[in-house]
Design a protein around this ligand. Structure first.
Ligand code: PMP
Length: 344
């Protein structure tokens, strides 16, 4: 067993260089070779550690941040956790405006990491003064010595993945990757990783995963933001109701949409079959792979890399709660098969 034994200066040294893990059982009936880039191995348990560290260190390099300053962000939880973690280690204050759609565990976790959290209504438009975008902007204006990370509109979000996730995947696959499947929220992960990979081999297929209720897929196809595509959905961190500039649509070949229900079941399936305790969007990416396989996207030579953004422990009160699943109408007659109850 390979083990890292050297001591590191602090947890930030452990960001990136996440493992690429072959998927075995869940892919048995699919054609191709499938690997997951498991971002839960970052110290903050998600891919967002990469952008938090990169954006904050770029601000330090430019002399915009001084010790004791404040870092402000809008976040569905993961970015907030990563920023809170980096802030603690580097000695900054952290203010986070989050959507009320975020799971209670995530909000409690952010507060546990010392962040000052503002919970804002999920289903208001981005320009509504109550939205988490507008709240963050106002706090940035009102707080002296603050920076606003603005992950949806920050080119450094793409750059973080261009400089780390992309090269890691290229190296870990020995340049043999044929497909990259990744969620699109801010778009930073897929855009930065794809930009790097396409520079190495323009033939690599890049497929973005979007939610029903989000505008990204249609925008990619038509160049228009169709507001009739917008409606509430449950997956956190996937899809959007506006067009983020941190998404480079040119490096994405196509988008595929996945449902809340199938993604939740597929996340549970990943945990049970691969031993990878999967976050909700890991289920979404895996669900997309199943759909792409059914569409004939892959053949036996395909080397498919899926980015798994975060860890299942963040969804104990959601997809891993039978009560929550049942309340969404997701269990149906799958309940017995999914959750055998131990008799005492
Ligand atoms: N999954 C989860 C759980 C997330 O929090 C995010 C970030 N919004 C994503 C996927 C999508 O990543 P990105 O913002 O880089 O597109």
């Amino acid at each position: 067993m390979e083990k890292k034994i050297a001591a590191v200066d602090n947890v930030l040294a452990l960001i990136g260089n996440t493992p690429l893990v072959r998927l075995n059982r869940i892919t048995e009936s699919l054609s191709g070779n499938f690997y997951a880039k498991v971002e839960a191995f970052n110290p903050g348990h998600s891919a967002k550690d990469r952008i938090a560290l990169h954006i904050i260190e770029e601000a330090e390099r430019k002399g915009i941040l001084s010790p004791g300053d404040t870092i402000i962000e809008t976040t569905s939880g993961n970015t907030g956790f990563s920023i809170a973690m980096v802030s603690i280690v580097k000695g900054y204050k952290c203010i986070l405006a989050v959507s009320s759609k975020s799971s209670p565990d995530k909000i409690d976790m952010l507060r546990s990491m010392g962040a000052n959290v503002y919970v804002c209504p999920a289903h208001v438009s981005a320009d509504d003064p109550r939205s988490y975008y507008q709240v963050a902007k106002r706090l940035h204006k009102e707080t002296k010595g603050s920076i606003y990370i603005n992950q949806y509109f920050n080119e450094l979000n793409i750059d973080a993945h261009y400089k780390s996730t992309g090269p890691e995947i290229w190296e870990q696959t020995n340049g043999r990757i044929t497909h990259l499947i990744a969620c699109s929220g801010t778009g930073g992960t897929i855009s930065g990783t794809a930009r790097y990979l396409k520079e190495q081999n323009a033939g690599i297929r890049i497929i973005g995963v979007d939610a029903f209720g989000s505008v990204l897929k249609k925008f990619h196809e038509t160049g228009e933001l169709d507001e009739s595509e917008i409606y509430p959905y449950r997956i956190e961190g996937l899809g959007k109701n506006m067009i983020p500039s941190a998404t480079d649509f040119d490096v994405i070949d196509k988008y595929i949409k996945v449902s809340d229900e199938e993604s939740a079941h597929t996340a549970r399936e990943l945990s049970r079959t691969e031993g990878i305790f999967a976050g909700y969007t890991c289920g979404a990416v895996m669900q997309a792979i199943k759909q792409l396989d059914a569409d004939g996207e892959f053949n036996e030579n395909s080397q498919v890399v899926a980015i798994f953004p975060d860890h299942g422990s963040r969804y104990m009160s959601k997809i891993y709660s039978d009560d929550w699943m049942e309340a969404q109408g997701f269990l149906g007659n799958k309940e017995v098969e999914e959750t055998p109850k131990v008799q005492m």
